[in-house]
Design a protein around this ligand. Structure first.
Ligand SMILES: Nc1ncnc2c1ncn2[C@@H]1O[C@H](COP(=O)(O)OP(=O)(O)OP(=O)(O)O)[C@@H](O)[C@H]1O
Ligand SMILES: Cc1ncc(COP(=O)(O)O)c(N)n1
Length: 263
């Protein structure tokens, strides 16, 4: 039986991040992708030029349509935009007892544009993050969540421990923002697991976070443990970066389909 994965996120018109990255990732995992779109963005590899939010009611309606018909085996949550949208997502995920939820706490695009309203931060932290089977902050997001600067790997561990005090799921801090290494740290049930990876010198990293979180959701849908799901997802993202796609005038997208052989 084919596995079904839902992404609740924003649309990226240039196809590198958000819903588009998620659907490509899920499809490349040979799974069935579904989406509930929280916002449309007019963006490309150089930046985000406009955002058009969906109404919270419409986000809720999309989630209802999905769960009442094709129940997802895992859910990935990305850009959630506003407090009202977060509240409706939380309400619906609770109503349908959704399982295997990966929350990527998207706050700011790599290009620097905000993707979450300032006043939505506390709703994200208090209501959405606790729903996560695993949450996947990058370094700047983890700094906001833990309240101190992360300059080295020891700080990642301190941050993960602090964030884990208010979240029952796993905390994966992504190390892609460091200059020499791309080691990620999972902190779960009082245990630390490092995913070591040397930095790939590819400036085209638009959508890495979206891609990683969707790949984790796919592996959870397949029944892998959190630890193994992250290991498999890390290997997928590393391959997609190594493939070396170079599109657009800014930080370009990944080659999601690098491992697909049709012709
Ligand atoms: N240059 C790189 N070489 C190897 N792995 C990388 C590189 N850049 C990012 N990664 C990996 O990609 C994943 C996403 O990490 P990153 O820290 O870039 O998240 P992010 O900032 O949320 O992504 P996004 O760019 O989508 O916002 C992590 O597993 C990270 O280690
Ligand atoms: C709709 C949407 N969701 C998420 C991101 C974050 O991705 P990145 O940090 O690579 O810009 C984005 N740019 N757009």
């Amino acid at each position: 039986m084919i596995k079904k994965v839902l992404t609740i996120a924003g649309s990226d018109s240039s196809g590198g991040a958000g819903i588009q990255a998620d659907i490509k990732t899920i499809t490349c995992h040979k799974m069935y992708a579904m989406s509930a779109i929280t916002a449309l963005t007019a963006q490309n590899t150089t930046g985000v030029y406009g955002v058009q939010e969906a109404t919270p009611e419409f986000v809720g309606q999309q989630i209802d349509c999905i769960f009442n018909d094709i129940r997802p085996d895992a859910v990935k949550i990305g850009m959630v935009s506003s407090s009202k949208i977060i509240k409706v997502i939380v309400e619906k995920l609770k109503k349908y007892n959704a399982e295997s939820i990966v929350v990527d706490p998207v706050m700011v695009a790599t290009s620097g544009s905000p993707l979450l309203e300032k006043e939505a931060m506390s709703t994200l932290i208090n209501e959405l993050l606790p729903m996560g089977t695993v949450i996947t902050p990058n370094i700047p997001e983890a700094e906001i969540l833990c309240g101190f600067k992360i300059n080295e790997q020891d700080d990642m561990l301190r941050a993960a421990k602090k964030i884990a005090t208010s979240i029952k799921g796993g905390v994966l801090i992504k190390g892609g923002h460091f200059s020499n290494t791309a080691d990620d740290l999972l902190y779960i049930d009082g245990k630390e697991v490092w995913y070591k990876q040397e930095k790939i010198y590819n400036e085209n990293t638009h959508g890495t976070g979206c891609t990683l979180s969707s790949a984790i959701a796919c592996n959870l849908a397949d029944g892998y443990s959190i630890e193994d799901s992250i290991r498999n997802a890390k290997s997928y993202i590393t391959g997609a970066l190594k493939a070396g796609l170079n599109l657009g005038k800014g930080s370009g997208p990944l080659e999601h389909n690098y491992n697909i052989k049709i012709k």
